[in-house]
Design a protein around this ligand. Structure first.
Ligand code: HSE
Length: 412
């Protein structure tokens, strides 16, 4: 019998237990031995749960039980989860997780501990929920130099933007709906400010480029300032607004990573990824573009990835599954986004907006103005040419002396 423990019986934890127990027979066949969940750790009581007899409250019970070979850490956060994970790995028990905050913060260290103790730290569920992306990136695409990874990595914000685009719902109303539907947390900051997507792009970038990229070194902006006016201008110009996380290798070998809303052309594959779905495009020098698409959040989709990792660990006991990247306290290899080139959509407000057009053209050169029905006379929207972002910002600072810069959104 091979025994597993689950730490945390929240949404993902209960989904993991439900899926594992439902498919236990076929999972046992895949592993070649019987397997079971022996413990579920949670501080709360679940007397009515069919698994009440497996509930424990003391972490040491799991740590000290030699029968436990694999533990799913689905408690989240970076305090208890870090302590538990470290001690489990040091005890030679493999850990699988959906905890992107912990992987993005401590991934290099925990992977090293796992290697040193001949066990595994797997985190397929930490990016893209149920979408297989970590394993394909690490294995199937390993023959490529990864040129770029780019995608919609947060289900909550994609749901909100979809409602704004399709139903002309305001940001506040769409957020409320996301909360009513159970997608957004009561405190939705990490989702709407882009922090969740930032952790995920850091994990993908670290894996693709072999060095830990820390979220603190990645420019991140969310969707809270996007208005229906921006959505309309973008739509008229042939774009939709999506929150995009991207990481790529520049010609000088450095890494550019950023999370921000972008105007995505309507004929781009990512433009049609709606609601809570996620999609990630990986560009390799051999394979070209590969698109990974699926449910990026939710109980059973995320559990699907957690259980997949449990099976992998059970099948490969005492074998380290070459998943790693190097610690890198020095983050000089991550370029400042201001030094990279982009085009941006800009919306300004000024009493004499029309009269500013020649000054704007002088600053930016050839640009494209966008219209919308009933555009107020004091408003202008335009798309700049591709320029160094620092130069765009200098121009906008000058422009801000004569106009309010109401929006600046990067082009995809
Ligand atoms: N809050 C996350 C999202 C959950 O909305 O995508 C999955 O990581």
């Amino acid at each position: 019998m091979q025994n597993v423990a689950v730490i945390g019986y929240g949404v993902v934890g209960s989904g993991t237990v439900e899926l594992f127990m439902k498919n236990r027979e076929s999972i046992s066949q895949k592993i070649g031995r019987d397997c079971d969940i022996k413990y579920i750790l949670d501080l709360r009581d679940f007397p009515d749960s069919p698994f009440a007899d497996r509930m424990v409250k003391d972490f040491e019970t799991i740590l000290n039980d030699k029968d436990i070979e694999v533990v799913a850490e689905v408690v989240g956060g970076t305090t208890f989860a870090y302590d538990y994970t470290k001690r489990l790995l040091e005890a030679g028990k493999s850990v699988v997780t959906s905890n992107k905050a912990l992987v993005a913060e401590k991934g290099a260290e925990l992977l090293k501990i796992a290697r040193e103790h001949n066990c595994n730290y797997l985190f397929e569920a930490s990016v893209g929920g149920g979408i297989p992306i970590i394993r394909p990136l690490n294995k199937c695409l390993a023959g490529n130099e990864i040129l770029k990874i780019s995608g919609i990595l947060n289900g909550t914000t994609n749901f909100i933007l979809t409602k704004m685009i399709r139903d002309q719902m305001s940001f506040d109303d769409a957020l409320k709906l996301a909360q009513q539907n159970g997608y957004a947390e009561a405190d939705p900051t990490a989702d709407v400010e882009g922090e969740d997507a930032c952790r995920k792009i850091c994990i993908l970038g670290s894996l693709a480029y072999g060095k830990h990229i820390y979220p603190d070194h990645v420019h991140c902006s969310g969707i809270t300032r996007i208005t229906l006016d921006d959505v309309e201008y973008a739509g008229n110009a042939g774009y939709v607004i999506k929150l995009i996380g991207s990481v790529k290798k520049l010609e000088n070998g450095k890494i550019s990573a950023i999370v921000c809303p972008r105007l995505v052309p309507k004929d781009n594959m990512l433009a049609n990824v709606d609601d809570v779905y996620n999609a990630i495009t990986v560009t390799g020098d051999g394979v070209g573009d590969v698109l990974f698409y699926g449910q990026g959040a939710g109980k059973l989709p995320t559990a699907s990835a957690v259980v997949g990792d449990i099976i992998d660990c059970l099948k490969h006991q005492q074998r380290v599954l070459a998943l790693s990247w190097k610690e890198s306290e020095d983050q000089d290899f991550v370029v400042n986004y201001k030094e990279t080139e982009t085009a941006v959509y800009v919306r300004i407000k000024a009493d004499d907006a029309e009269n500013l057009k020649s000054a704007i053209s002088e600053m930016f050169g050839k640009l494209m103005y966008i219209e919308r029905a009933g555009r107020p006379e004091n408003e202008l929207a335009f798309i700049t040419p591709v320029m160094k972002e620092a130069d765009i910002d200098s121009n906008l600072t000058i422009l801000s002396h004569s106009a309010e810069i109401a929006s600046k959104i990067r082009m995809y």
